[in-house]
Each structure stands twice: as structure tokens, then as C-alpha cells.
Design a protein around this ligand. Structure first.
Ligand code: MV4
Length: 449
């Protein structure tokens, strides 16, 4: 086992990782920016190092400073959390070159999944279903694009090769707007990723976002865990996740899980990751992308499987053998996560940083809170707005929803506008309670447009 792990992150996920280290009897080193001295992850860690000024590029993204902090503190591994440097191939490479174990997959795995066209090609070869598409970059002045789109069938979607987060994405319903859409998507992709390459796919209407947690060890063994349904999103930001999905039958779970394992095996995946699928109205599923990190929504999988994913991730990074066997994992009960963001739901979700006054977060049966905030804490304006995750667990979906409804109404965060009230609306809505809403649920039923 590692002796000391440096956590190259902040906020709730840094706290989560420190807790896993404690339970594994591993020392935890926090890094922090100048404005994060009073942050919870600094208090929880065994030691801490200031790595730079407030701006993330000077601190949590500052590779030389972070490596120096690891060397000074005598850490033997670095956990990147999510966001920041978690999927940065250069960082993974520098860690290894400095003799620090990067707690994540190999640089090659991260790289292979970062290029969407290459990833889709690899998945197709490995027998994982993919959306019918161009299979390579396209250009607006190539006359063949019209025949291609016709063959795929409108509507089609244009996506950035370097993509993610919905940037550089355009839906095209007829050939009149095809060329223009490609040019706009290329311009957006260039601005967002520095790479103008785009490709074409069949547009799956009213899709569901279903993802599978996968695990892999360095001996080539892989496993999958029951799915998470992340269909409730706003502008490509997940707001609510649940496991299992009300939409997925036992037989579909097995089929998709097997595909997820194939995806993991194809990139010789080590540690833990997520394979995302789009699922259409008829229950057909397609590989979307693979995330090579621990994800925000991991706790719901922990609740329904009893597996501590962060501890597994660390053990797999050390080189231990995988002990999880997919077929033996039973889904028990139901879990929901609501992300509480410091954003004003009445002002188009504008970030709402500042000092928290009185704070009361819920507890009681079936409620888990992952957070770094406390009463009197000042939320800095420099980083993401996630301040707490409320995770409910119940014997079935009904009980899980009831507990979440009860917990949300107990939330009191004085002086900081937050999304708890939006979650109350979602949990109370008839469509959500029925189960199996698609990715356009929020715009259709909550914001009514
Ligand atoms: C799609 C799609 C429909 N058809 N691809 C959104 C972000 C990026 N990761 C992929 N996304 C989509 N790709 C095809 N061929 C619909 C979306 C999409 C979406 C996917 C998951 C969750 C929410 C979404 C919201 C809008 C669009």
C-alpha cells in the first residue's frame, strides 16, 4: 500500500479521498490555493502545502508546484480527483516520470479516450455498439457529406472530435443547413479545444444518459457495477443521478454491463472508470464516451453495492488484484444524488459565492452528505459551484425519493443562493416520480420550454 498520497484537488472530492486514505491507513497531503487555507480538505488532511494563488491555473492546475509539493512532503502517489488535472495526459506522464504513482489509468488509456473518433473506432472494433456515423472527420466543402447524411438519416448531429460538454455540437434536420452547421461546429470546436475537427452521427432523439462504473486491474481482469441514470441535466451539467435506472431491465443491464467491460478491456483499463451510453426509446444503446476518473456521482453506486469505490481505486493503483466479480454484485435498494450548487435558480443559475451564515444539512435514515462546507465558510468565486451532494438510499425507489424529499426540506444554507429548491420541484414532479425521464425532462417539465 502507498504510505502517503497527495490529493491534487479541493472541495468535497478532496475530503472524500482523504477519508478513503484514513480508512486504508495511508497519510494524506492536501494542496491548496491561497484562498483555500480555511477549506475543509486542508483541515482533514495530515499535512498541507500551499501551491499558488487563487486562480486554478496558478494552483490546482500548476503542475510544477504540485509535483514539488509531492516531493517535499514525501508522497508516493497523487490522486487527481475529478476536473482539474484528472484527465490530463501530460500530468499523468510527469507523475510517472517523477516516480509518483498517478491514481488513475495509464496515460495511453486517457489519451485513447480523449480523441472521440479514435475512441468510437476502437469500441466498434471491440464489439461495443456505436451510433451510426461518419467514422472520421468531415468537411463542409466535401460534396460526399450530403449522401452520407442521407444514408445515416436526418436528424444528424455534428460533434467535435476533441469534444465533451456539448461544445461544438450541432443538430441538423435537413440538408439545407448541413454545411453551415459543420462550419459553426468547427469554429466552436476550434475556440473551445484548439482543434477544429468534427464528425457526423445519427441524432438519437430524447436519449437517456446511462453510465456504467467499470473496474480493472493490471492483470487484465475487469468488472462492471450496476448503472447510473444521469438523464437529468441542464446545459450538460448533471443535476440528479440515480441507481439503478428505472428504465433498465435485468437483461439489458447484463448486456450493457458486458459491453462496458469490453470497452474497459479494449484500453487495458486499470483502476476505475465510467462508460457512458445513450439509450433510445426502444432500449437500444450506443457507446458515447469513457471517463477515466472518479466521478461526482460515484456515491450512488457505493450505496447500492456496498463497495467503496475510492478505496478500490487506490488499491487497484497500488497493483492489487481486482476482487469484484460483476455477476456476484447484487443491486440492493435504490439511491439518488442531488447536487447542491451555489447558484441562483431565479437568476438563470448565476454563480452565487460568498459567506455561509447558519448551515443545517440533513441526516437521519438513508441520507449521506458529501460536502466540504461548514457554517461560516466562504465559498470562493474561483472554482466550480458544487457545495454539497445529498445522497438518499432506500429499500426501493419510492423510499429513496421520499427520503430525498424529506432531506431537501431540512436544508438551510443561510446567505448563499443554492439549487435545493429546484431539487424539491424535481422530486415532487409527476414525471420524475413515474421514472425513466429522458435528457429533455428539465427543459420540458421544470422550466416549461
Ligand atoms: C448525442 C445526442 C444524441 N444523438 N449524440 C451531449 C454531450 C455529449 N457528451 C454527447 N451529447 C449528446 N450526444 C447523438 N448521436 C444527445 C446528446 C445530448 C445529451 C446526452 C446526454 C445527456 C444530456 C444530453 C443533452 C443534450 C444532448
Amino acid at each position: 500500500m502507498f504510505k502517503k498520497v497527495l490529493i491534487a484537488n479541493r472541495g468535497e472530492i478532496a475530503c472524500r479521498i482523504i477519508r478513503a486514505c484514513r480508512e486504508l491507513d495511508v497519510k494524506a497531503v492536501a494542496i491548496h490555493s491561497q484562498v483555500d487555507r480555511e477549506s475543509m480538505h486542508v483541515r482533514l488532511a495530515d499535512q498541507s502545502v500551499c501551491v499558488g494563488e487563487a486562480s486554478a491555473s496558478d494552483s490546482y492546475l500548476n503542475i510544477p508546484s504540485i509535483i514539488a509539493a509531492a516531493e517535499i512532503s514525501g508522497a508516493d502517489a497523487i490522486h487527481p480527483g475529478y476536473g482539474f488535472l484528472a484527465e490530463n495526459t501530460y500530468f499523468a506522464e510527469v507523475c510517472e516520470a517523477c516516480g509518483l504513482k498517478f491514481i488513475g489509468p495509464s496515460r495511453e488509456s486517457i489519451e485513447q479516450m480523449g480523441d472521440k473518433i479514435a475512441a468510437i473506432e476502437l469500441m466498434k472494433k471491440s464489439g461495443v455498439p456505436v451510433v451510426p456515423g461518419s467514422g472520421g472527420p468531415i468537411s463542409a466543402d466535401d460534396p460526399k457529406i450530403f449522401a452520407m447524411a442521407k444514408k445515416i438519416g436526418y436528424p444528424v448531429i455534428i460533434k467535435a472530435t476533441a469534444g465533451g460538454g456539448g461544445k461544438g455540437m450541432r443538430i441538423v434536420t435537413s440538408e439545407q443547413t448541413l454545411q453551415n452547421a459543420i462550419i459553426i461546429a468547427q469554429t466552436e470546436a476550434k475556440a473551445a479545444f484548439g482543434n477544429a475537427d468534427v464528425y457526423m452521427e445519427k441524432y438519437i432523439e430524447e436519449p437517456h444518459h446511462i453510465e456504467f462504473q467499470i473496474l480493472g486491474d493490471k492483470y487484465g481482469k475487469t468488472a462492471y457495477l450496476p448503472e447510473r441514470d444521469c438523464s437529468i441535466q441542464r446545459r450538460h451539467q448533471k443535476l440528479v443521478e440515480e441507481s439503478p435506472s428505472p428504465l433498465i431491465s435485468e437483461s439489458l443491464r447484463k448486456k450493457m454491463g458486458k459491453a462496458a467491460r469490453h470497452a474497459a478491456a479494449a484500453v487495458k483499463y486499470v483502476t476505475i472508470g465510467t462508460v457512458e451510453f445513450l439509450v433510445d426509446k426502444k432500449g437500444r444503446f450506443y457507446f458515447m464516451e469513457m471517463n477515466t476518473r472518479i466521478q461526482v456521482e460515484h456515491p450512488i453506486t457505493e450505496m447500492v453495492t456496498g463497495i467503496d469505490l475510492v478505496k478500490e481505486q487506490i488499491k487497484l493503483a497500488v497493483g492489487e488484484k481486482l476482487s469484484v466479480i460483476s455477476e456476484k454484485v447484487k443491486v440492493s435498494g435504490h439511491a439518488i444524488e442531488c447536487r447542491i450548487n451555489a447558484e441562483d435558480p431565479d437568476k438563470d443559475f448565476i454563480a452565487s459565492p460568498g459567506k455561509i451564515g447558519k448551515l443545517y444539512l440533513p441526516g437521519g435514515p438513508g441520507i449521506r452528505i458529501d460536502t466540504h462546507v461548514y457554517s461560516g465558510y466562504t465559498i470562493p468565486p474561483y472554482y466550480d459551484s458544487l457545495i454539497a451532494k445529498i445522497i438518499s438510499f432506500g429499500a426501493d425507489r419510492g423510499e429513496s425519493i421520499a427520503r430525498m424529499q424529506r432531506a431537501l426540506r431540512e436544508v438551510e444554507i443561510e446567505n448563499v443562493k443554492n439549487t435545493a429548491s429546484l431539487h424539491v420541484k424535481i422530486m415532487d414532479s409527476e414525471q420524475f416520480r413515474k421514472g425513466g425521464v429522458s435528457t429533455d425532462f428539465l427543459s420540458k417539465h421544470i422550466f416549461g420550454k
